[in-house]
Design a protein around this ligand. Structure first.
Ligand code: BG6
Ligand code: BG6
Ligand code: GLC
Ligand code: GLC
Length: 917
């Protein structure tokens, strides 16, 4: 009895002594709660640094955006291939995610070895090896005939700008293949796979193993928003608020951040807690000075740390009676699995003896106890450090959510966590102590990170399919050079038809003579009234022209024309116009003044003289009754008479294109073309009289109002009209008419965009598939909004704000698509304008028998003026299609009122001369 007690006493004493001895030796490795809280605070600061745009470049914890934006929602499905490279084992897998809602995942996998000569050899050979393994797997599983999407779990730090790309920042752990750093590993793998002609895979996603782990666990537990690996290496990811991620545009929702916490301390932030053993280990590693936090924690290093410590203790005579073995001197001889075995609850001591003996040592009982305790201190420190960093992440999550208590789940994986007997318990306990206000569930990822990677791939695959559908729609608006050339050619034909007596009536481009026969010469003078009707605004103007100095002063007032007047009776419309004139005269203090008036009327009119114009038909938004077929000058005169308050001398009726050409021609005599890209679309130009068969005389020139908006009304450009153009046409005031105008001008571009958005939404590609009331509203996309959305200076967020102002509740992804749609539609419009303009300048060049033509085009209209890219694309297209013409586009600053007044001045002078004769 006594002997037993004595033995027990002896053993306890022995244990205490050994533990004390080791504790003393490893004093620096035992971290107090205060130190852990301090490390936690340091890591919080590191995360902040990594997330900031300006601080990220120098941050050691890189906080890499992963472009994984949401945890699985159960709607994922499909069949995927997966690679899992970078942990202790390399695997190829096939993952079958079953029908929506059922949450059933089936996996088949195969492990392949990763010999050192492959992972530390040539980069291209590494990826060729990976591709070979994939091909082998596909062959054995009978998948060669299938085209499958692939998700790559790649457990190294990669900078991503999208899901399917990753620039390797540096190798970590055991890998060190040459020529891969700073390149896109997805591209490397894709190239290697391409060499296998018999397999066809599409790499859709690159995910870090932490991300895969988080997603795997989140598939079963939607609270999971953190993923931690404590394996060969160590790392964590978590869901961060987009508004805190400076490096990615957009503020909405969350994105998973791969912290790459293994590099914590690489800037010296942990020097006070690193020990001489850590330094020695680092010096002997593949990446000295790097991954310093990882080297205190993860599986690749724990055993080695223990070995270094044991060797030091032996050297100091504290172990093995001062004896060392050659194995103890050899790097890598103690592995993490040994540490785990030595710390086993019951067999631990026996395991220790066996392991030490295998190392060629002769351990005493005391030695075994001491060594076991070394293991405990090393692995406990690892758990403590992980806990501190994880506590920092949890605190960040809690603060982001502005919660007093956070309830969350952390997905866990990695051999250390899985095989070390005490590790999980210790880690959990310390975390709970450090963040008492977080209720944390630790969930082990049973199936590795692949299931999660498949979820990410499933989402990516859905996005890719959707993208293809969107691209298909946008492609309808992309015109080839040949198509544009064809448009140019057909337009040219229509010009000729319109000018010839025999074909004129059949021509869709009416080529209307305007009776404006010359450009202003600077001798014009006088005071004139002008009306400007048919664009966005209705204006009344007073224009004072002083001769000689080419100076013009203008006063104007904008009046509204209510919809019910635009689409009421003709009488009402003209009475309203006269009312506005009266108001204006009143306002200018000119009541009763008898002034000559020029009437800019931006609709197709058949003229027989400068002051006669029969409206052929309304276009754009006008539809007043009893006007078509009538002389609008007469209608205006009658309305003035009806009012019986003042008399005006209506001298000229002028199309806005003509007014614009004149306005610009006053400054630049080379201006012989007028172009409007506004509510409507039209062009006029100076034509040789001899080519105008509808008007007598062969001398000189006359301006022709082409009314090219009607181009295509005979179906000649139906090959490039889309279903959306047809929809817009059907919903317009003049179905079947003005087809070219409806593909090009401000009044319709927004409508085309709206039709496309409705269609995309119907197919679930936008606005979460919900067609809102606003989207059903005709005319919501005015030219100004289109122009704003397309501005390069606008961040995505501002685009979103514009859409929200329009009542369209869009996500960031939606906003990108809307912007693309606007771009495709407006680009086509500018190109079509270019084709039309190319047709006229080429005609003028040929008619004059010139090798090269230099010409100025006066341009006006809100589309041209406000749109950020329209004029550039127009100019580029003309250059391509009419390379021998040097075309200068000149913006009309003063509107067409000035030009109309100039025309009136000339007409008045001619009238006077006629009278005097
Ligand atoms: C596996 C995952 O379960 O764990 C891998 O599937 C991951 O993606 C690995 O890299 C990490 O642990 P270890 O110990 O293998 O590095
Ligand atoms: C104005 C002209 O500047 O532009 C009008 O004065 C013309 O005559 C108009 O009709 C065309 O642009 P929008 O965009 O107003 O139709
Ligand atoms: C290393 C890698 C990291 C990975 C971790 C766990 O730290 O850099 O990307 O997540 O190991 O495998
Ligand atoms: C419409 C009109 C045309 C006008 C153009 C620009 O196409 O028919 O006359 O020039 O719009 O306003």
């Amino acid at each position: 009895m006594f002997a037993v007690h004595l033995m027990a006493f002896y053993f306890t004493k022995l244990k205490e002594d050994q533990i004390k001895k080791v504790d003393r030796f490893l004093y620096h490795m035992r971290l107090s709660d205060e130190t852990l809280l301090d490390i936690m605070a340091r890591f919080q600061a590191e995360m902040q640094k990594g997330l900031g745009k300006d601080t990220n470049p120098t941050a050691s914890v890189k906080m890499l955006p992963t472009f994984v934006r949401a945890i699985p929602d159960g709607s994922e499905k499909g069949e995927f291939l997966s690679l899992d490279l970078g942990g202790s084992k390399f695997r190829v897998l096939k993952v079958q995610v079953s029908e929506e809602g059922k949450r059933n995942v089936q996996m088949e996998s195969q492990f392949y070895p990763t010999p050192n000569e492959i992972i530390r050899g040539n980069g291209s050979e590494l990826f060729e090896y990976v591709a070979d393994c994939l091909a082998d797997f596909m062959k054995t599983k009978g998948l060669k005939h299938k085209k499958l999407p692939l998700g790559l779990t790649f457990s190294f730090p990669c900078r991503q700008t999208k899901l399917e790309e990753g620039i390797l920042l540096s190798w970590t752990k055991k890998f060190k293949a040459r020529g891969v750093q700073d390149t896109d590993v997805v591209d490397c793998l894709a190239k290697a796979i391409k060499k296998h002609k018999d397999i066809d895979v599409d790499i859709l996603a690159l995910v870090n193993d932490t991300v895969g782990t988080m997603m795997t666990c989140a598939y079963d537990d939607p609270y999971c928003e953190v993923g931690v690996i404590i394996g060969t290496g160590t790392n964590a990811c978590y869901m961060e608020d987009m508004s805190n991620i400076d490096l990615v545009e957009g503020d909405e929702g969350r994105m998973c951040i791969n912290t790459e916490w293994g590099a914590f301390g690489d800037d010296g932030a942990l020097e006070d807690i690193r020990t001489e053993f850590d330094r020695e280990l680092d010096l002997g590693s593949l990446n000295p000075g790097k991954q310093l936090f990882e080297k205190m924690i993860s599986g690749l290093y724990l055993g080695e740390l223990v070995r270094i410590i044991l060797l030091k203790m032996a050297k100091a005579g504290l172990l093995f009676g001062g004896k060392k073995s050659s194995a103890l001197h050899t790097k890598g001889k103690i592995e993490t699995r040994h540490v785990a075995a030595m710390e086993k609850y019951k067999e631990g001591l026996a395991n220790t003896r066996e392991i030490l003996t295998d190392l060629g040592l002769e351990p005493s009982e005391a030695d075994c106890i001491a060594v076991q305790h070394v293991c405990t201190i090393v692995s406990f420190r690892s758990a403590n450090l992980c806990a501190a960093a994880l506590a920092a992440i949890l605190t960040r999550l809690r603060e982001n959510k502005k919660l007093v208590r956070l309830r969350t789940t952390v997905g866990m994986d990695g051999t250390v966590y899985k095989i070390h007997p005490q590790y999980p318990k210790r880690l959990h306990k310390v975390v709970r102590k450090l963040v008492p206000n977080c209720d944390v569930r630790f969930l082990l990822s049973e199936s590795g990170s692949t299931k999660g990677a498949a979820m990410v791939t499933a989402v990516a695959s859905r996005v890719q399919t959707q993208r293809k559908q969107i691209d298909k729609v946008l492609a309808l608006f992309q015109l080839t050079q040949e198509q544009l050339k064809a448009v140019q050619g057909k337009m040219r034909t229509e010009f000729e038809y319109g000018l010839k007596r025999d074909t004129h009536l059949l021509a869709t481009v009416k080529m209307l003579p305007t009776y404006v026969c010359g450009m202003p010469d600077g001798t014009e003078k006088g005071k004139f009234l002008a009306l400007d009707l048919g664009g966005t605004n209705f204006r009344v103007l007073l224009v004072k022209i002083r001769s000689g100095r080419r100076s013009v002063r203008m006063y104007n007032k904008i009046f509204a024309i209510p919809l019910e007047i635009m689409q009421g009776t003709g009488e009402e419309l003209f009475d309203h116009i006269v009312q506005c004139i009266a108001d204006f005269l009143d306002y200018m203090g000119l009541k009763g003044a008898q002034l000559p008036l020029g009437f800019t009327f931006s609709f197709p009119c058949r003229q027989t003289s400068i002051d006669k114009g029969t409206l052929i038909e309304w276009t754009k938004g006008f539809k007043a009754t009893d006007c078509e077929g009538e002389d609008v000058v007469d209608m205006l005169r009658e309305a003035i008479k009806r009012r019986n308050e003042f008399d005006l001398d209506i001298v000229a009726i002028v199309n806005d294109t003509v007014g614009t050409m004149m306005t610009c021609g006053y400054e630049d005599p080379n201006c012989e073309i007028g172009l409007i890209a506004g509510t409507g679309s039209n062009m006029c130009y100076m034509e040789e009289m001899k080519n105008i068969e509808l008007v007598e005389g062969d001398e000189g020139k006359m301006c022709i109002n082409t009314e090219w908006g009607g181009f295509g009304d005979n179906g000649c450009i139906d090959d490039i009209r889309t279903q959306y153009d047809k929809k817009v046409d059907e919903g317009s005031l003049n179905p079947g008419k003005q087809r070219y105008e409806k593909m090009t001008s401000g009044m319709y571009l927004g409508e085309i965009v709206r039709q496309i958005l409705i269609d995309l939404t119907k197919h679930g590609l936008l606005f979460r598939g919900q067609i809102s009331e606003r989207l059903r509203t005709r005319g919501i996309f005015e030219t100004k909004f289109l122009s704003q959305i397309e501005s390069d200076r606008l961040a995505l967020l501002q685009v979103r704000r514009i859409l929200q102002q329009l009542g369209l509740d869009s996500t960031c992804e939606d906003s990108i698509v809307v912007k693309e749609v606007c771009g495709a539609v407006s680009r086509r419009a500018a190109q079509l304008y270019g084709a039309g303009l190319a047709a006229i300048v080429e005609k003028r060049r040929e008619d004059q028998g010139l090798e090269n033509l230099k010409v100025t085009v006066g341009v006006d209209g809100t589309l041209y003026k406000l749109h950020p890219h329209f004029s550039r694309i127009l100019q580029e297209t003309v250059k391509e299609l009419a390379p021998r013409c040097d075309v200068t586009l000149m913006l009309s600053e003063d509107g067409s009122g000035k030009g109309a007044a100039l025309i009136t001045a000339v007409a008045k002078r001619l009238q006077q001369a006629q009278k005097e004769k």
